[in-house]
Design a protein around this ligand. Structure first.
Ligand code: TMP
Length: 399
């Protein structure tokens, strides 16, 4: 396989087998035409970048049916409010123009709007963009590409003070093109701030379910620093976040911008990553072993529960669950159904394994013996909501 940034040859080090689209929840009639691809991962030692090999086109993934909405989680709404305040206090004290890449249903744009910033967003999924537009937020229903930026924002060359994103940059296969768009828009002192699931957290938790078609890259501080150096930008700060089971917020500035200096913590963080092998293939190989063990343990656990004649249901039909269920080959024979809050998923079936998705409101009247928490990254919110359930929760990661 080839590195998606430098195009140099890299080795595939792990194959997860045939995978459907992580968010490809479907109806019975669609089973026969379901799309699958081989999900395998490789690591570029040159830029320390963990990446998917083959993946479906972004157009296939982020289409009019894309069923993910930021506002589905109260915790995430609150997080984006804090994110916006953090950007304001640290980098945009004097107001300015902001663009959000992958603005989804406008949850974060709304906060910037309320603070009085001039904000617009790029959101290719019609379902999400429509919601954002209905809130009167300036939304381009487009991918953030160099061409789209030049086409839609020709008058904004070097005029944007901050470009922000969350859980989006790792979705973009042509990252070079995205960076060119950022370069076109940012003022000399502008900043590019984004947060993404963190490789260090994925290794620590063996949360291999972070890997799915939409997550083309799993970034580390080392990889972000090396990628942006190739394009005359510098990494100035990396701030850990608890979202999505462990994420990192990165702040990028133009190399020539002397007013923004590298945060004192950064060198320490990079050293720590070296120690944990986040910047080399050894980390990948240990991770691979841990994934294989995790798969065996999970299958053993589910088999032993089923042998006792107990009922297991899933909670949270997450995109991540698609990786676990298909990699570990777990279907309806083990998990009766998955409860979820998302109207677009309810009454459909899970990608690949075709487990029925049911309205979470039905959970109360059908408590099973065991619940597999697929949405483990939302556990506080869910445990609080479901405190009446006295059965057993479990997951493939520690909860
Ligand atoms: P995510 O991990 O990709 O954000 O997906 C979270 C999924 O979990 C989404 O389908 C909604 C679902 N969910 C619930 O069913 N109940 C909840 O309380 C929360 C927070 C999420």
């Amino acid at each position: 396989m080839r590195c998606k940034i430098t195009k140099s040859k890299i080795n595939e080090f792990m194959n997860f087998g045939q995978m459907p689209l992580a968010n490809g929840f479907l109806n019975k009639e669609e089973f026969k035409d379901e799309f699958f691809y081989k999900m395998s991962v490789g690591f570029s030692e040159e830029i320390s970048l963990f990446q998917l090999n083959d993946h479906p086109s972004p157009q296939k993934m982020f289409n009019e049916k894309y069923p993910f909405f930021t506002s589905g989680s109260k915790f995430m709404i609150n997080h984006f409010s804090e994110y916006c305040t953090w950007v304001k206090n640290n980098y945009l004290k004097n107001g300015g123009k902001v663009i959000e890449i992958g603005s989804n249903d406008g949850t974060m744009m709304q906060f910037f709007n309320n603070f009085g910033y001039e904000i617009c967003g790029f959101e290719p999924s019609k379902s999400a963009a429509d919601i954002s537009k209905s809130k009167n937020l300036n939304t381009f229903e487009e991918f953030f590409t160099e061409n789209n930026v030049k086409d839609k924002l020709k008058n904004s060359k070097y005029k944007i003070d901050a470009i922000v994103a969350a859980n989006v940059i790792c979705h973009v296969p042509n990252l070079i093109d995205l960076i060119k768009g950022v370069d076109y828009l940012l003022t000399k002192k502008g900043v590019f701030i984004f947060e993404e699931p963190y490789l260090g957290s994925m290794y620590e938790k063996t949360s291999y379910d972070q890997i799915y078609d939409e997550h083309i890259f799993i970034f580390s501080i080392s990889s972000i620093m090396k990628i942006f150096e190739l394009f005359n930008f510098k990494l100035v700060e990396a701030v850990p976040q608890i979202t999505h089971g462990g994420s990192m917020r990165y702040v990028i500035a133009r190399k020539e911008n002397d007013e923004i200096v590298e945060n004192l913590n950064l060198q320490k963080q990079l050293l720590h990553e070296k120690k944990k092998n986040l910047d080399n293939i050894d980390g990948c190989l240990s991770f691979k072993k841990n994934c294989e063990n995790s798969k065996l343990n999970l299958i053993e656990k589910i088999t032993s529960i089923k042998k006792k004649g107990k009922i297991i249901c899933g909670y949270g039909a997450t995109s991540k669950s698609t990786t676990v269920l298909n990699y570990c080959d777990i279907g309806e024979e083990s998990i009766d159904c998955i409860y979820d809050t998302t109207p677009e998923k309810i009454n459909k079936f899970s990608p690949g394994k075709h487990i029925p998705i049911k309205d979470f409101k039905e959970f109360y009247s059908n408590y099973p013996d065991y619940v597999y928490l697929f949405a483990w990254n939302h556990k506080e919110e869910i445990f609080k909501k479901e405190s009446d359930y006295k059965g057993k929760w479990f997951s493939h990661v520690e909860i």
